[in-house]
Design a protein around this ligand. Structure first.
Ligand SMILES: O=C(O)CCC(=O)C(=O)O
Length: 295
């Protein structure tokens, strides 16, 4: 799918765009199956260690992790893309249907940015008095450039947020402030999760970014957004990826970026998931910077 000129202009003037039906259920199924496998392996290990009593094997993707986490709060920790580095998620990072959309915004020399997450936003049982969800689950108002280093100020870094279930207000979709990106970077604070300092939070009516599974929410790095509470009884699974022009600073130079599309030199495209895992391994073994991003 290519974006229409009207969509490109809307993205450029509003700093955000929702594109429906980019990926089909079949495109996303390998990613879901891979996550099911990761969860299953963890559950079996924790059962063997006596930390879990019930495997909830027959529960669907939208519910199983929540039920397991009720027994063992640790089970969902360390389950991000860079932790499990699976073949199916690697294939998604370079999926042609995504890159065709990226190309409409960045041109044909594209790299995958290392800031990439899979998120399981669990149902928030506020009615039963459970504590607030973590900041990773209920991300507060921020601009994505706040989690990059200053050396990427001139880089165009585009966020692709995509739900693995329908994202509704009830399931905890994103809220976005359109057009606010024109004000540039706002000061952020680290306390309470990386978030815009209260005195700079714009007085703008946010837009609810409701969309169905397979859709894309596209934002630029200065667009303020947040995730709202999941008050449904299913998990709001989502993936957020970022892309930049090859050669631009990624904002995470100590982590691996890699070429996903190149018209000039297609041989540069990384197609081998083992190589990708090796890049992450090498970056973990290298000396880590004292400051990982600007906040
Ligand atoms: O998934 C969410 O609720 C928030 C994601 C987010 O803030 C991001 O992708 O930058």
């Amino acid at each position: 799918m290519r974006l229409t000129m009207d969509q490109v202009i809307r993205y450029q003037t509003e700093g955000c765009l929702i594109v429906d039906e980019v990926l089909s259920a079949a495109d996303l199924q390998p990613v879901i199956e891979e996550l099911n496998e990761v969860i299953d392996q963890r559950a079996r290990q924790m059962l063997a260690e006596g930390r879990l009593k019930e495997l909830h094997e027959t529960e669907p993707f939208e519910r199983r992790l929540a039920l397991l986490q009720e027994q063992c709060p640790d089970i969902g920790k360390g389950m991000d893309i860079a932790d499990y580095l699976g073949d199916a998620i690697f294939a998604l990072l370079g999926h042609d249907k995504l890159l065709d959309v990226v190309e409409c915004l960045l041109g044909s020399e594209i790299s995958c940015n290392p800031i990439q997450h899979v998120r399981a936003k669990l149902p928030w049982k506020s009615k039963t008095g459970d504590p607030q969800p973590s900041y990773f689950e209920n991300v507060p108002w921020h601009q994505d450039c706040a989690v990059t280093t200053e050396d990427s100020e001139a880089s165009e870094i585009i966020t692709f947020w995509m739900p693995l279930v329908d994202a509704r207000a009830e399931t905890g979709c994103m809220e976005i402030m359109p057009e606010v990106f024109k004000r540039g970077y706002m000061t952020h604070q680290a306390s309470g999760g990386t978030t815009i300092v209260p005195e700079q939070l714009p007085d703008v009516q946010p837009v609810l970014a409701e969309c169905r599974k397979g859709s894309l929410v596209i934002m630029n790095k200065y667009t303020p957004h947040r995730g709202i509470s999941n008050v449904s009884d299913i998990i709001r699974w989502s993936i957020d990826l970022r892309y930049h022009k090859t050669g631009a600073n990624s904002g995470r130079s100590y982590q691996p970026s890699f070429v996903v599309r190149s018209a000039k030199n297609p041989d540069l495209v990384l197609r081998n998931s083992s190589e990708w895992r090796k890049l992450w391994q090498e970056s973990r073994n290298a000396p880590q910077p004292s400051k990982v991003h600007r906040v």
